[in-house]
Structure formats: C-alpha cells, structure tokens
Design a protein around this ligand. Structure first.
Ligand code: ATP
Ligand code: MG
Ligand code: MG
Length: 286
C-alpha cells in the first residue's frame, strides 16, 4: 500500500468529507494506528487554501485535551506530478455522534448531558487558547465505545468554511449548525461555537435539527430570522432546565447567548447533578 512520509502506511479509507478523505494508517516509527486526513486534489493548487490548511493544522496541534482529537503531524508528499497534503491525527475507535443519533433516533437526557458537557469542556479549552472551532456538528464529534467524546477538525474547519468551497457537501452539511452571524458571512467568535453546540444538543434530545429546507440558502435564512420550535413542543418529557440551556445557546443575538463555554458548563453540570438528585428522590422507595 501507499506509505506517506516513509512512515504512515495507509490501511483503509474510513471516511470522506467536503475537503478531505480520512484513512486509517499505521505509524511505522511508533508502531501505532493513526488517522490520516488527506486534502482533496481540487484544493492542491489553491495556495490560499493550503496556507489556511497549514495554519489551522498548527492551531489544532497546539491543543491538548482529553476531549479533543490529538494532531500528531502534517506533511506533503509528491506522488508523480501531484502534491498530497495530509494531517496525521490520533485514531479514534468509535462512531461519530451523527451515526449514534441516526441509530438511536434520539438520545436520553443522561447521554445528551454527558456528551454536551464533554463537548463544552473541549470548547472551553480551545477558546481559552483563542481557537474557535467554527464547524461544530455531529460529524465532527466522535464517541468512543466507552462513551468518551473527542471533537475533531479543530481549527481545521476554518480553512474549509472561509474558502471558496460553498457548493461542496462540506458547507451544505454544516449549514444546519451555522450561527446566524456565520450564515450572514459575518464575524464569528466563541459564541458561534456555542450556538452550533446548542443545535447539536437540540438534535441529540429531539432527534432532529431545528431548521430544514430545500437549499443551503433557505436553511441559512432560517438561522438568521426563523423561530426555533422549543424542544418540549416536540417531546414534552424534555426537562425544562435542558430546554432553557438549549434555547440560551441558540439565541440569534450573540450577546443573549452564554458568553463562554465555562458559563454553559456550569449550567449543564448543575442540571446533571439535579437530575441525579431527582433520580435518587424518585427511586428511594425504601
Ligand atoms: P467535513 O470535511 O465537512 O468536516 P466530515 O467531518 O464528515 O466532513 P472528515 O472530517 O473528513 O469529514 O471525516 C470523515 C469521517 O472520517 C468522519 O466522519 C469520521 O467517521 C472519520 N474520522 C475523522 N477523523 C477521525 C479520527 N481521528 N479517527 C477515526 N475516524 C475519523
Ligand atoms: Mg470532520
Ligand atoms: Mg471537516
């Protein structure tokens, strides 16, 4: 098989996204599995894009957190006349959150809180290091078999969303999670990630995204001026506290949302422990 950098032996293709293909590979030097993300050929001649890809790989590599996929290495390989750009990451054995939601239909309150807390922990760490994800969506969240969350594509996502790939599946897929300011093509910051996480939480607990439409534009417009149906309208068993948290994340105005991932974490944890208390209360029959 193909060996990149005289070091990473490609084993099999494990996924495909808007800007890259992902392969499982074996690092010959350290004798361990890795995930190698290879930039799609159509972007190889786009110098601006390559620059962003590199810059964002560096940003992602600077983060070290249990809920963020580790970036190990980057490289360029000349194969024939073509250059192949790739990024080497920690290999995650598990499923994407998208797959999990699809399989289960929707998640329980416990699972939703548990995953949301872990994603918010990842965001808090990144934001403290001045890195905004900009593409928080269930495809970019991996869950290991023992329930540990690993957020992928940190920072790398920016390369994809600011370049000219507006018609690629990447942006079409992401628009469901776009913040209003992102949908407008405006300034995005930490609060955009919080909005996107709010949409992901909404999808976990209800099993569906709040806005659907015939085209990416129509969905983007709904993020800008549409009204979100509260989760309890869809499923009355959703705890009020959880609905409140979600609705505070998905406010149109950045200043009406949680102002930091830390603030969001505080409410999520408070709710998690109050649910545990309720559970104990309701089951203490003896
Ligand atoms: P986009 O490029 O639009 O972000 P995406 O996130 O679906 O789309 P990729 O990030 O290229 O695409 O990843 C494609 C798939 O590869 C993922 O959905 C996941 O199944 C798998 N994958 C990505 N990173 C890893 C990893 N570190 N370990 C294991 N599998 C991974
Ligand atoms: Mg991805
Ligand atoms: Mg991606």
């Amino acid at each position: 098989g193909t060996v990149l950098g005289n070091r990473y032996e490609i084993i099999e293709k494990i996924g495909e996204g808007g800007m890259a293909c992902v392969y499982k590979a074996r690092c010959r030097l350290l004798n361990r599995n890795v995930a190698v993300k290879v930039l799609r050929e159509e972007f190889v001649d786009d110098e601006d894009f390559i620059k962003k890809f590199k810059r964002e790989s560096q940003a992602a590599a600077s983060l070290s957190h249990p809920n963020i996929v580790n970036v190990y290495d980057v490289g360029v390989e000349k194969i024939g006349e073509n250059f192949i750009h790739y990024i080497v990451m920690e290999y995650i054995k598990g499923k994407t959150l998208k797959e999990i939601i699809k399989e289960k239909g929707k998640l329980s309150v416990e699972e939703t809180l548990d995953y949301s807390i872990q994603i918010a922990e990842a965001l808090e760490h990144a934001h403290k290091n001045h890195i905004v994800h900009r593409d928080i969506k269930p495809h970019n969240i991996m869950v290991t078999d023992d329930g540990r969350v690993k957020v992928t594509d940190f920072g790398i996502a920016r390369a994809a969303t600011t370049s000219t790939v507006t018609t690629s599946t990447n942006v079409i897929g992401s628009v469901h999670y776009f913040s209003p300011e992102q949908a407008r093509g405006g300034y995005t910051d930490e609060k955009s990630d919080i909005y996107s996480l709010g949409i992901v939480m909404y999808e976990m607990i209800t099993g569906k995204v709040p806005y659907e439409g015939d085209s990416p534009i129509s969905i983007a417009l709904k993020h800008i001026e549409g009204e979100i149906e509260p989760p309890r309208k869809i499923d009355s068993t959703v705890p009020i506290g959880l609905e409140k948290i979600i609705m505070k994340c998905v406010q149109k105005n950045q200043f009406d949302r949680y102002q930091s991932a830390g603030e969001l974490l505080y409410d999520l944890k408070k709710l998690k422990y109050s649910c545990v208390d309720d559970f104990i209360e309701n089951t203490s029959i003896i």
